[in-house]
Every structure is written in structure tokens, then in C-alpha cells.
Design a protein around this ligand. Structure first.
Ligand SMILES: [Zn+2]
Ligand SMILES: [Zn+2]
Length: 396
């Protein structure tokens, strides 16, 4: 990467659309992990060759130009060139994907390096690896746009009447999948029946225990288990069943039951298709937190009694009664706030902390306010704020 680009990315730090890091740093080593494909809006001109350009996650900017009337840089409001627009319009939108990556046939390929190489070649082929996978067109292709009425109707100079059917995205080997759960409001009431924080959406953060006993907060989810998880959705929901519902090795029928239940009671959509790091994320949106917690009661063998617990009890909830060394503890419904720039978009308000260690390494992390008094800010897991959260919150 040219030093100038690197300097610009460093200086900008976050993607102004999702407010997530442009570049993820490994929490323990401080090494850079390039998890995202970035897109540069080049603002230099012959008259102003030293103008600063702006950088975004490609998926964030692609969604932004597709669903907003203004074809301008979200930070500087400068026009986005037609050339950039046409590239961004071609970025695959994951919204129409229903079920993905049925990898029964690929199980063997994924085993060894040849499989990855084959995937790389397929991805490099013109038109992408479409031939390798199932059709991208799903039953929801004609469904309503996630952006709502604002996406249509308003005049713009961009060709957006017919959404181009993009080539199937590159397929990466899935290793890890997450569930990003958000609710339009809590739906809980005080003792005398007054609604708590009405109209304020929240996202569910779960505590992941470190060896130190401290917690880092993020979404339920985790490593794919070969031979058990047939799709990234099964991966995410199985992890949720184990981590949050406290179930011990739930079988595939149980996982399918939970998936159907979540689809029936809420909205379940792919948030981020498997990226180059093997991560994927699914969005769940429920009307209220109470409805979500009530729905979980319908799952036999799952933790019960979330409803009616205090915020503090949820913060200290022991999900696993089976493991001697539980990996997760506690959850919070963390309130969202309006996006500072993008109208109608919600964001998770965070603070960025920087600690310089003695060996000069700089540790950076995000925190959110704790749900109860006399508790330190909750430290987020790396990558919690980013495209998956942004995508989920764009459904609210
Ligand atoms: Zn972004
Ligand atoms: Zn700009």
C-alpha cells in the first residue's frame, strides 16, 4: 500500500458510515489484521494534487450510494465520480441472500490448501466463482428494500431504477459466524407500568470471559464446527444456543427449530457474507427485547427466565451451568443513538481508548457505557463496531 494511502487511513481511523475501524488490530499482538476491503474516494485533482481523500469500508460505501439520494462523500460532501459510482453499484449486495453456502460438496475441498487455492482462482475468474456455487437468487429477491421508502422516489442522477444483479461475491472459507441481535425498543416497564426508554433501539452485547476473569463484550457467535455446521447461519445459531441458551451440543434439528423460530418472530437476514478472514454475521431484529426474551422460552432445554430479571441480574447472568470454566457471562441491552451524520441510521455510541504499553505498543479498544452504576465501561471485542452492526442497525 502506498505510504500516502496508509497515512490517510491511519489519520481517518474509522469508516464514517459505520464508525468501525478501517483497519482492525489484533487485540493481543497489536498486529494489523486487514479484515475489510476498503474503498477510496480520491479527492485529488490536477488543481489540488495534495487534497486529502476519504476512505470507507467498501460494503458500507456501496450501501450508502445505493440507498441514499446524494452521490456525495459522507465526510466532505464532494461529488462521487461516475466511475466510482459505477464500481460501487457493482458491489454485491448481500441483502437478498436467504440461505447460503451449502457446502456439503465442498467439505472435502476445504480440507486442504488446494481448496483455498481453487477458491482463489475461482474468485479471480471473470464473473467470479458463480459456477462453483448455488444460484444467488433467492425467494426474497423481490422483497422490500431494507432502506425503506427513502430509497425510492427521491430524484437522483444515478442509475438506480434497476438494481444490477451483481456477480456472486467471492467465496471465502467460513471459519467464524456471529449473530447481531437488535431490538426497536426494550418493551419493559417499571413497577408502576411506565415504559422504560421507549423508542430507543438497543443491541444485545454478551460478556466473553477472558483468562483474567475480565469480560469483553460483543455478539454471540464463534468458530465453525466442521461436520456440525452446514451453513454460516447454523454456525451462528449453534454458538448462540450454546453460549447464550446454555444448551449442550444441540443437534441439527434443534438448531433448525431455533432458526425457524427466530425467522417467525423477528427478522433474520445475512449481515456480512463470509469475508476474507472467514467471518460472517447474521442480523436479527425484534420488535422489543421483551418479545425476544419471551420467544426464547419456546426453546426446550434452553436457559429460561430472562424476562423479569433486573438489568444487574442480566449483567451477571451465568449462561452455562454445565462448564467448569464458562466462556460467557452476562448480557446487556445497550442503547443506540442517532448517527451523527446519516439521517435515520442508528449507531452504538462508543469511546475509543488508547493505552501505550511499556514496549511502545499501542493498544486501542472501544468501550460502551455500563448498564449499572459503579461498573467500569464495558470493553468491546475487536470488530464489534463495523459493517455487521451497521447492516443490522440499518434494518431498524
Ligand atoms: Zn464501515
Ligand atoms: Zn470526502
Amino acid at each position: 500500500m502506498p505510504p500516502r494511502d496508509q497515512a490517510e487511513i491511519e489519520a481517518q481511523g474509522i469508516c464514517a458510515i459505520c464508525l468501525g475501524e478501517l483497519v482492525e488490530y489484533d487485540e493481543d499482538t497489536g498486529d494489523i489484521i486487514h479484515m475489510y476491503t476498503l474503498f477510496k474516494l480520491d479527492h485529488t485533482t490536477p488543481a489540488n494534487p495534495s487534497a486529502v481523500s476519504h476512505w470507507y469500508h467498501q460494503t458500507c460505501l456501496a450501501r450508502y450510494v445505493r440507498y441514499n439520494a446524494l452521490a456525495t462523500c459522507p465526510v466532505s460532501r464532494q461529488e462521487i465520480s461516475d466511475a466510482d459510482l459505477s464500481i460501487l453499484m457493482q458491489v454485491p449486495d448481500e441483502e437478498d441472500e436467504e440461505e447460503e453456502y451449502d457446502d456439503d460438496d465442498q467439505e472435502e475441498d476445504d480440507d486442504d490448501d488446494d481448496g483455498s487455492l481453487a477458491n482463489m482462482f475461482a474468485a479471480a475468474m471473470p464473473g467470479g466463482p458463480a459456477a462453483a456455487g448455488p444460484s444467488a437468487a433467492g425467494p426474497s429477491a423481490a422483497g422490500p428494500s431494507a432502506a425503506g421508502p427513502s430509497a425510492a422516489g427521491r430524484g437522483g442522477r444515478r442509475p438506480r431504477a434497476a438494481k444490477p444483479k451483481p456477480a456472486r461475491p467471492k467465496r471465502y472459507k467460513p471459519t467464524c459466524s456471529f449473530l447481531c441481535i437488535s431490538v426497536r425498543q426494550l418493551g419493559f416497564t417499571t413497577r408502576n407500568g411506565r415504559p422504560i426508554a421507549p423508542g430507543i433501539p438497543c443491541v444485545l452485547l454478551m460478556g466473553h470471559l477472558q483468562k483474567t476473569g475480565r469480560r469483553r463484550w460483543g455478539f454471540p457467535g464463534g468458530q465453525r464446527e466442521r461436520g456440525r455446521d452446514r451453513t454460516t447461519l447454523e454456525n451462528a445459531v449453534r454458538e448462540f444456543a450454546e453460549e447464550f441458551l446454555g444448551m449442550v451440543r444441540p443437534d441439527r434439528r434443534t438448531i433448525r427449530y431455533i432458526i425457524d423460530l427466530l425467522k417467525k418472530e423477528g427478522t433474520l437476514k445475512l449481515a456480512v457474507d463470509t469475508n476474507a478472514s472467514g467471518y460472517s454475521a447474521w442480523s436479527i431484529v425484534f420488535r422489543t427485547a421483551k418479545h425476544f426474551e419471551d420467544t426464547l422460552k419456546k426453546i426446550r432445554g434452553a436457559n429460561t427466565g430472562f424476562v423479569g430479571r433486573t438489568v444487574e441480574q442480566k449483567y451477571n447472568y451465568q449462561f452455562s451451568r454445565h462448564q467448569r470454566h464458562p466462556e460467557t457471562k452476562g448480557y446487556v441491552w445497550s442503547p443506540l443513538a442517532p448517527h451523527p451524520v446519516l439521517q435515520g441510521q442508528w449507531v452504538l455510541p462508543t469511546r475509543t481508548e488508547r493505552i501505550q504499553h511499556r514496549n511502545k505498543r499501542i493498544e486501542r479498544y472501544r468501550t460502551v457505557l455500563p448498564p449499572i452504576p459503579n461498573v467500569d465501561p464495558l470493553r468491546l471485542r475487536a470488530g464489534t463496531v463495523g459493517p455487521a452492526l451497521q447492516r443490522t442497525l440499518s434494518l431498524l
